[in-house]
Design a protein around this ligand. Structure first.
Ligand code: F6R
Length: 250
């Protein structure tokens, strides 16, 4: 596990973008695992800037996203598809056919999960997976529970997620109740994992994730088992990490 404690969100974004950029330079046809949410926005901004300066080329890059709301089309402003287009895809030369998200409009959830698993498998797996961290320790939409779910699955959103989302939707818009998400096994099979965490409201959960027991009640705690796991946390998010408690013995 490599932990980088950085000053602030700006430094976090720059350091994470450096890692993503190195990945693309070393392997131009990399399969990037992408996340939505507020934390990666700064990374995407930095990557766009470097692309515009011709320091980065996305021509051969492929991407898979962690999750998508069930029932939302790519044109829906609340969809993760829309988010990715707005925050990264339409600003760089990644080929639209090389970007992959679960299809929120798929009628048959089970076949959509199977399709998405196959897409990842056929791409040869994920080279570098970017992850944000939920306040309850979730990664993707893998919420706390009794077991780790392996592959892509469709989840009922928890009450707290529904409440958190409700404020983002305008009156009259349907707040999705279900979402597709990559499973924990798929995430763990990524060759490299990069977890980015910002803000004091994530400090407690981040210390649990890194130094607490590995349990499906804190889904991100499984990342302790990954052999190439990097965390970038700003000083506020990192303030409760006690590195003496990070057990590298096993
Ligand atoms: C997004 C995702 C979520 C977020 C997490 C943190 O695709 O899978 O797990 O990464 O909820 O979100 P932010 O970065 O908004 O705090």
């Amino acid at each position: 596990m490599h932990i980088y404690k950085v000053k602030d969100y700006k430094e976090l974004s720059r350091k994470a973008a450096n890692i993503v950029s190195a990945q693309i330079i070393l392997k131009p046809d990399s399969v990037l695992g992408l996340a939505t949410g507020s934390t990666p926005i700064g990374i995407y901004k930095q990557l766009i800037e470097w692309y515009k300066k011709k320091d980065l080329d996305f021509n051969d890059v492929k991407s898979v996203n962690l999750d998508e709301y069930k029932g939302l089309s790519p044109e829906n402003k609340q969809s993760y598809h829309y988010f990715m287009n707005e925050n990264l895809f339409r600003h760089v030369n990644i080929k639209p056919e090389n970007t992959n998200l679960p299809d929120g409009m798929a009628d048959d959830a089970l076949s959509e999960c199977n399709r998405f698993n196959k897409v990842i498998e056929q791409l040869g797996g994920i080279d570098l997976q970017i992850l944000g961290l939920g306040h309850n320790g979730h990664i993707g939409f893998n919420e706390p529970g009794d077991t780790f779910v392996k592959g892509t699955h469709c989840v009922a959103l928890t009450k707290s997620t529904l409440e958190a989302n409700a404020r983002l939707f305008e009156a009259g818009e349907t707040v999705p109740e279900y979402a597709f998400t990559m499973g924990i096994k798929t995430i763990m099979l990524a060759k490299k994992i990069l977890l980015v965490v910002s803000g004091s409201d994530k400090a407690k959960i981040l210390s649990e994730v890194l130094t607490g027991p590995i349990t499906p009640q804190v889904p991100a705690s499984i990342l302790q088992m990954h052999t190439d796991f990097t965390v970038i946390a700003d000083s506020q998010a990192a303030e409760l990490i006690d590195e003496k408690n990070i057990n590298e013995k096993f």
